[in-house]
Write a protein of this length. Structure first.
Length: 195
């Protein structure tokens, strides 16, 4: 029998596996097509285990939004940690490319249409956290390039989040498209807003 110190970790691992499977399912199938059974099958767990960790589908989806948001915000922050003027945009692209491949960013977009109150609240929190991080990214990027934005950084951050969400949708529609080119054109446009 596992010691009590190991039990929370095991439960946490199961919950994370469930959340990762839920993100994959939502990203591939769309939120409307995702049931608890679909997630259980994808995670390789029983539906009862999902109910052990999540009261119902709305709680699962709300916690999924929170979980994905933490991963996105942390990844975006870390992407620029060691970057300088010469490497910042490439570092940001590597982070974004990984997120686009994982489908987590697309899953957030899918979940924005959910009607459950808990999910809608989580989506609002997500937008706020992602916009705050995008604002910090804009400030760090402009500073690294010794530029000053002519528009307020929070406004440019809002536009950046909208662009990333749109790009996630493009990847779903056109997986083989030149998404790096779109990324580069977007950032050239943003950087042209500098003094």
């Amino acid at each position: 029998m596992a010691s009590t110190s190991e039990r929370p970790r095991a439960r946490g691992n199961a919950a994370e596996r469930i959340l990762a499977a839920a993100a994959e399912c939502v990203g591939q199938l769309g939120a409307a097509q995702v049931s608890l059974q679909t997630v259980a099958d994808s995670a390789g767990v029983s539906k009862a285990l999902i109910h052990y960790h999540f009261r119902d589908r709305d709680e699962l989806l709300a916690r999924l939004v929170d979980w994905v948001t933490v991963e996105l915000v942390h990844g975006e922050e870390v992407a620029l940690a060691d970057a300088d003027a010469a490497t910042a945009l490439d570092a940001l692209w590597r982070w974004l490319e990984a997120e686009l491949t994982s489908g987590r960013l697309r899953a957030l977009g899918e979940l924005a249409g959910e009607r459950g109150e808990a999910v809608r609240d989580a989506v609002r929190r997500s937008r706020e956290a992602r916009r705050a991080q995008a604002t910090l990214t804009i400030e760090r990027l402009f500073a690294a390039l010794s530029l000053t934005p002519r528009l307020p950084a929070p406004l440019v951050g809002d536009v950046t989040v909208a662009f990333l969400d749109g790009l996630a949708g493009e990847v779903a529609v056109e997986p083989e498209g030149n998404h790096r080119l779109r990324f580069d054109v977007f950032w050239l446009s943003v950087l042209s807003l500098a003094e």
